[in-house]
Write a protein that binds this ligand. Structure first.
Ligand code: AMP
Length: 285
């Protein structure tokens, strides 16, 4: 079983001991309810570091009042077993009151890549993410930390945070792990009813069809509108966005057709559940 700590003092003591032995430390922050996507990040770090620490913390500051903080799936015993299996060395499970004690008044705001897309529907989100990631990176002080491409805008926000504030950490990206039918693995997939679960893979399917059209030099805007209509037809209740952006800065592309590598990103709602996904779109040779 991996070691487990819930205080920053104990976390720092263990990491100091490893560093004193010259060991490289990799870190993966999670909100628990772990699946293969999370575990793939542990495995990615196992190949890059001598020791891997994972945190499990459902961060209240990235949920708005009307969102699913209380309902967010929790399975600490299952998470420990999965992390042990993946070769994780240390599990950090801070208490909410220790992360955000009475009087906590600091917020980290990343500009640029955090604007638009997710922020349009969830304006509070990246402030909460950047604040907790900054705290966790300062608490753990890892050599490298891994984040999933599944949350592509978040990955770019974390990269910007680390770059702009000179965090001495290498940010690694792991590819999106998917179910056999293409649905991106997500802790929130547990919310889906059987009927909704049957609709959900169409998100990835429509991203792929849309990307194929854009790669074939069809005009970008009509291809996006076609995909949006197809998502509603497939049974999604709402399309928050489907957008083609620059893969590094998330800037809109000049168009009208693809002339450079891009990222296709979408967010949809299925009942009360919000799903996001994204894929790379390379210009055909
Ligand atoms: P979460 O627990 O949802 O906050 O996610 C923790 C980390 O796991 C983040 O860096 C996510 O991007 C990553 N992650 C979540 N789902 C997947 C997936 N399907 N494939 C790869 N990484 C993922």
């Amino acid at each position: 079983m991996p070691l487990s700590v819930s205080s920053v003092i104990a976390l720092r003591a263990q990491h100091a001991a490893w560093r004193a032995e010259g060991q490289r430390i990799g870190f993966v922050p999670t909100m628990g309810a772990l699946h293969e996507g999370h575990l793939s990040l542990v495995r990615l770090l196992k190949a890059k570091a001598d020791r891997v620490t994972a945190s499990i913390f459902v961060n209240p500051r990235q949920f708005a009042a009307h969102e699913d903080l209380d309902a967010y799936p929790r399975d600490l015993a299952g998470d420990f077993a999965k992390l042990a299996d993946a070769g994780c060395d240390l599990i950090f499970t801070p208490e909410r009151a220790a992360m955000y004690p009475q009087g906590f008044a600091t917020s980290v705001q990343v500009g640029g890549v955090s604007e638009g897309l997710e922020s349009s529907a969830r304006p509070h989100f990246f402030g909460g993410v950047a604040t907790v990631v900054a705290k966790l990176l300062l608490q753990t002080q890892p050599h490298c930390a891994a984040f999933g491409e599944k949350d592509y805008q978040q990955l770019l926000v974390v990269r910007a945070l680390a770059r702009d504030l000179d965090f001495p950490v290498e940010i690694l990206a792991g590819p999106t792990l998917r179910e056999a039918d293409g649905l991106a693995m997500s802790s929130r997939n547990a919310y889906l009813s059987t009927a909704q679960r049957a609709i959900a893979p169409h998100l990835h399917g429509q991203l792929q069809s849309c990307a194929a059209r854009i790669r074939a030099r069809q005009a970008i805007t009509p291809a996006l509108r076609l995909a949006e209509a197809a998502l509603i037809k497939a049974g999604f209740d709402q399309v928050d966005y489907i957008a083609l952006r620059g893969p590094e800065d998330l800037a809109p592309l000049p168009g009208p057709t693809l002339d450079r590598p891009a990222r296709l990103l979408a967010a949809v709602k299925l009942g009360a559940t919000r799903l996001i996904d994204n894929i790379a779109v390379e210009a055909a040779a």
